[in-house]
Design a protein around this ligand. Sequence first.
Ligand SMILES: Nc1ncnc2c1ncn2[C@@H]1O[C@H](COP(=O)(O)OP(=O)(O)OP(=O)(O)O)[C@@H](O)[C@H]1O
Ligand SMILES: [Mg+2]
Length: 252
Amino acid sequence: METSQNIIDLKDVSVSFDGKIALSSLSLLINKGERIALIGPSGAGKSTLLNVLSLSQVSGTGMLIIDGQPPSYYRNRKVRAKKIGVIRQQFDLVNALPVVHNVLAGKLADWSLVKSILSLVIPQEKEMAKKALTRVGLAHKILEQTGSLSGGEQQRVALARLLVQEPEIILADEPVASLDPARAEDVLDILTKLVLEEKQTLIASLHSVDYAKKYFTRVIGLREGALVFDLPVGELTDRHLSELYKLGETME
Ligand SMILES: Nc1ncnc2c1ncn2[C@@H]1O[C@H](COP(=O)(O)OP(=O)(O)OP(=O)(O)O)[C@@H](O)[C@H]1O
Ligand SMILES: [Mg+2]
């Protein structure tokens, strides 16, 4: 039989914190190249799900297979970095360093420790950083101190770092939550363009339904750790959304 195209196969995954359920027996199949928006009210389990998929949430039950392999296969940092890249709301950049170092941090898992430490003094593979920064429209900022850039620019630096890392799957937890609408669209434009060009799979949590509709192919609604819907973006209706965000009807 032909092997499956699923890059992520999650089956019956449950996670709880102090007895409170964060994910409730969740199952998902994700194909290569999909762009998935995770939406749902605060506390729905979006970040927990992304942490499970990025292998940073390890307590819990159920099964996870990433590109045909169990989580243990990705214990090696280098192997993991080639498969999974993460982008966060707070960018995770070192503000005191020039942009070039933050971009090249995408390569750290590949480099020897000595080279990694040296790169803090002498930027290694500066050309590679420049190429990535050009693709996000920031080549002219390569030597600027990262902390002096605007939020939108910093998130583009984080995208350039991902370009250098070249993971197959990108997991983004509210990647534009701290940006104004113009900057947010700018970052999502670039992110989705790069994901298409690199044939990557993208899973991002968002609080904006409009962005989910505009930039993603599939939308998953989570509430209280469970799936409310899982649909191609074109099939999402206002009824689905009011079901997802309804207030004050939690069951005990
Ligand atoms: N490290 C933790 N310790 C204790 N409880 C946690 C932890 N992480 C998440 N939770 C709980 O698990 C549930 C799901 O949280 P999660 O952060 O995944 O929600 P979310 O959908 O990302 O919400 P938001 O939209 O506010 O970011 C919540 O009830 C939360 O309080
Ligand atoms: Mg969250």
